[in-house]
Design a protein around this ligand. Sequence first.
Ligand code: MGD
Ligand code: MGD
Ligand code: MO
Length: 808
Amino acid sequence: MTNHFVDYRNADVILIIGSNTAENHPMGMKWAMKAKEKGAQLIAVDPRVSKSASMCHVHARLRPGTDIAFINGMMNYIIENDLWFKDYVLNYTNASFLIHPDYQCEDGVFSGFTDIDGKLSYDTATWQYQMDGDVIKKDPTLQDPNCVFQILKKHVSRYDIKTVCQITGTSEDTYRKVCEMYASSGKRDKAGCVIYGMGITMHSVGTQNARALCILQLLLGNMGIPGGGVNAQRGEQNVQGSTDMAMLHGNLPGYLGMVYANKHKTLAEYIEKETPTGYWSNKPKFLISQLKAWYGDKATPENDFCYDWLPKHDGKNRSYMSLFNYMDTGEVKGFFVAGQNPSVGGPSTIQANQAMENLEWLVVYDIFEIETAAFWKRPGADPSKIKTEVFLLPAAMSFEKEGSVTNAGRWMQWRYKAVNPPGEAKSDLWMFYNLFNTIRKEYQKGGKFPDPVLNMVWDYDLPGEEEPDIAKVAKEINGYEVATGNVLSGFAKLAADGSTACGNWVLSGYWFEDKDAKVPACKRRINKDPSGMGVFPQYAFSWPANRRIAYNRCSADPAGNPWNPQKPYARWDALAGKWVIPDVPDFKATEPAPNPSDPPIPVPPEKSAVDAYIMSEDGHGRLFAVKGLSDGPLPEHYEPYESPFRNLISQQQNNPMALTFKTGLFSKIAEIGSEKYPCVAITVHLVEHYQSGATTRNCPSLAEISAHMFVNISPSLAQKIGVKNGDDVIVESVRGQITCKAAVNGVCVPLMVNGKETEVISMPYSWGFMGIATGASANDLTPSVGDPNSNIPEYKAFLCNVRKANKS
Ligand SMILES: Nc1nc2c(c(=O)[nH]1)N[C@H]1C(S)=C(S)[C@@H](COP(=O)(O)OP(=O)(O)OC[C@H]3O[C@@H](n4cnc5c(=O)[nH]c(N)nc54)[C@H](O)[C@@H]3O)O[C@H]1N2
Ligand SMILES: Nc1nc2c(c(=O)[nH]1)N[C@H]1C(S)=C(S)[C@@H](COP(=O)(O)OP(=O)(O)OC[C@H]3O[C@@H](n4cnc5c(=O)[nH]c(N)nc54)[C@H](O)[C@@H]3O)O[C@H]1N2
Ligand SMILES: [Mo]
């Protein structure tokens, strides 16, 4: 999220797209409702009438997987009707920058596409800016056909209302209403907020879906302002925290790029190739401080801070779906599962469970005996034929241990332990601390390349206690001065010479003591909001640097006057000659004085406006992404991998860069327009259950509230197949079939897509064969196809058939 939950109340228009905030993030919805009470207009874009959609002024249904057409069409409407925020776009985005004259998007494929022996990729040379030496060429009149604005305008011009509605199945009247209502936020004194969730991300075009929302927000001047932003409703209670700490296959902690064996042989090579200009020129400080945190005294300038010890990525796809594919091919032989339930939660679970049978060993570290731990005795399996050795380790639950959690709004908060874990259950910190200690003991006897294991900083003992000292871990993540051990106040203090150690630069400062609260920043609970805008600067710690709204320089014009004088955020006080802002500036507001004992010197507005998007190499919000995406610089509509339709916008049916498996268990995909599987299916989260249901189906009261797996089907489909609400139906895809209850209540209705009535069905994915309430798993039906950038599976938009279950 660029903004945060409380900030929703500052919005004038809210676009809830692909998110069911009311069920899945009720504390977020609370603030959207506060905005509504103050007169804000709420829009939902969702194939279903979700609980959130039912609370909005306008609800536009669309066919799952067609959001790019929907959003590109909104941009087209905004540009055609001259509703974009010109001063903002001109000053703060790359609209005027000139792109390579050979750039093009021809029939759904961008320039630079290469296919070398079936290995597809884009050479991005033609996506780059035109340069005059070191300076990017620009056309401030925005007339040059190679300028970003003209390229964007041309790109989205194909998405006229009629074409969009043919693709999405949205009624033209409703679509026009959405465009009009949301475009009203493109004025200086109006703020539009985008709230999105898994309906946007879980597609073979998921990242470009989110990109489209960013471009929309830039065009309307809604970024960096209170009540604006692009706000992902993130998952679990700590998915944000887990990605910050690199629970991702392509990152080191703090979103530092992964270190690859073939292209980053030395520290110098990594730094040379991976250090851009702009803010990220600080990257060497972050990486070297990380190496100091991990390898301590052993890391010296002479040995490149033990860079050679850092495990390097081999360049193969190591994402979730690929790992299961490697189990299928036999390359992965052992699997340690901590805090997830892949036998229910991952895609194509029939095939995933089969692939797991190839494992030599499996460790499941969980609070229950979940489906994954019991996969060898799942219905239909023959335990006598499965040789996998399975270990089940009992885990302590969240209330039984302390630690930090980070919410979707980047607020990092400390959670205290309420009770001791039962029996032999252990906290995750205990488990991994002792696991590594045990592995190290083995290496003391010898082993391949023992140095990194033997010398890793791993000293978190708390004398007299069985639990490790979490404060020591917290301090290492925050960062400290090596010579004194003093906790650093923030990442600005990090150095590239080995004098500082820091496990994760984005979080730096969270463990630094707040002078008023007298506790580390993430433990603060000072409930004061001096600006009255919901900022609460001393409540928790908002990374980075306790900043609440990212890119906040953009809340004022280049001269430093707030766009909206009624809701000023960053403001240049000309009389006093300084910046006034209720938040931590996301721009250079001051510079150090030549004499360090003097107060810092304020940076005047025009100078700070030059790189208002400080984290972007060119200092500007990118309408056109010159780098960072593997599937194109602009979002382009492709059909979901399984679709009843041919792509109406181009000959290119699917995202050419999507992650797919051509052979093996995970290669099953229904044909385009399949008559056997005519319904478009989505899967969703539920208020009554949590994810795979492992926790909630083991909780008697929740198991009782929602005991049965179900599928939402339209009244017309129910009539056609001869079932009524509560009857058993079979839902089948090319990968498998399940039996569950039909829910016939108007949540789903058919859509008219390009003249063809198309049924949309929706299923929760929270059931499995273990626990108190058991039921079929929706993931027995889902495909193993993923977005090329994030590798997230296409859980939403796949083909199914529904028929009446024969009672025997
Ligand atoms: N009670 C409860 N709370 C939860 C969770 C839970 O399981 N239970 N899970 C947590 C986690 S980990 C997460 S990630 C979040 C998930 O929370 P959300 O992001 O809200 O997830 P979903 O319910 O999967 O999907 C959101 C909406 O997207 C719509 N949708 C589906 N396909 C499309 C599409 O193609 N386009 C558009 N525009 N919309 C589409 C669905 O109909 C649904 O209403 O919730 C978190 N909170
Ligand atoms: N079809 C379909 N599939 C989906 C989705 C979808 O929308 N549709 N959504 C996806 C999303 S967004 C997510 S996040 C995933 C979630 O998928 P999973 O992460 O696999 O699902 P959970 O049920 O949350 O599994 C968490 C496990 O951790 C255990 N646990 C809880 N607390 C602790 C603890 O403190 N320590 C340890 N060691 N274990 C603990 C729980 O008992 C549970 O078994 O599912 C994904 N799968
Ligand atoms: Mo999630």
